[in-house]
Design a protein around this ligand. Structure first.
Ligand code: SF4
Length: 328
């Protein structure tokens, strides 16, 4: 585990997840002998630790590896190489219970199931509770997210968008997960209910000591919720640190480029979206040296060498950056 992964963490909660030099490569296309024509390099050496009770924001453009990281944590794909370990009571495990709240509750909830079955779907899949208890469990979790217990026999389409997202949160909670991945949790909702959902997530985190991985393009959402932020570019973390430092004093040229599109602090940023002015290169053939070199306005001598995630120069806390101009 790199020092970066270890040190930019709040200490008060135990580490529950460690990733060490994790790589995920996919075969793409097949030649006439059935051999893969190329490899997509989705994750390219992720070192990270997650502590119980924190919210880690993950930002970057589409194709930067955020979704692959989420799939990896959920056990849907395996690392091509590297180590992913869950840690409980100092013992290392290979798997864990990770649930996800998707962006669009309209499409993520099964329209044929009554709400109590939607909420307890993870328990059915895991067979982790007796069937006779499912309804009571659903009602209990529903009341915690603000859904009335007498609505348990209704169907998802009978609820508003905000209520459906509450049901999706209840489903994620029902199996007492170790981590909940929040994948753009408010971006499909009306502005008027976004704040309610964010407040609900914050309240649930406090009362249940939940751990969130927040994937979002929306800087104001990340600023509102995250304790730490990881900025991803071409399957690498290029900057990692406290949300305040990364979002207000970005060091890596890529983070600066992303945030330049966003109004500065003090200006309304509700609709601020992370986007960069030039295109993310494909991940079939990785660049040599710094992955960001072809797009970087500050590229100079030394950028043709591979860059490691190192302590940021002049940082008060534990901030880490993958750029030799910014690191010590
Ligand atoms: Fe830019 Fe060079 Fe830093 Fe890469 S290492 S981000 S190319 S200045």
């Amino acid at each position: 585990m790199t020092r970066a992964a270890l040190e930019s963490l709040p200490d008060e909660h135990p580490v529950i997840l460690g990733l060490e030099d994790v790589r995920v490569h996919y075969p793409m296309g097949k030649d006439w002998l059935g051999r893969p024509k190329a490899l997509a390099h989705a994750l390219n050496g992720i070192d990270l630790q997650v502590r119980a009770g924190e919210t880690l924001g993950v930002v970057g453009e589409s194709g930067c590896g955020k979704s692959t990281l989420a799939q990896l944590l959920m056990g849907l794909i395996k690392p091509t190489s590297g180590k992913l370990e869950w840690i409980y009571n100092n013992a290392k495990e290979r798997s864990s219970n990770v649930q996800i709240v998707f962006q669009d509750p309209q499409s993520s909830l099964d329209p044929r199931l009554p709400v109590w079955k939607v909420i307890t779907e993870p328990l059915f899949v895991q067979r982790s509770a007796p069937r006779r208890d499912m309804r009571d469990i659903a009602a209990k979790v529903a009341s915690q997210v603000g859904i009335r217990t007498e609505y348990m026999d209704r169907f998802p389409h009978q609820f508003s968008g905000g209520q459906r997202q509450r049901i999706a949160i209840a489903r994620a909670l029902s199996s007492n997960p170790d981590i909940i991945v929040l994948d753009e949790p408010t971006s499909a909702l009306d502005i008027s209910v976004q704040a309610q959902i964010l407040n609900l997530l914050a309240e649930l985190q406090r009362s249940r000591d939940l751990t969130y991985i927040l994937i979002s393009h929306n800087v104001s959402v990340v600023r509102h919720m995250a304790d730490r932020v990881a900025v991803m570019y071409l399957g690498q973390i290029v900057e990692l640190g406290s949300a305040a430092e990364v979002l207000e004093r970005p060091r890596h040229p890529y983070t600066q480029l992303l945030l330049e599109a966003v109004p500065r602090l003090g200006v309304a940023v509700d609709d601020a979206q992370v986007s960069a002015p030039t295109e993310l290169p494909g991940n079939r053939n990785l660049p040599t040296g710094c992955f960001f070199r072809d797009r970087c306005p500050k590229a100079t001598v030394g950028c043709d060498k591979p860059q490691a995630l190192l302590p940021a120069r002049g940082a008060a806390g534990a901030e880490w950056v993958r750029c030799h101009l910014q690191s010590v």
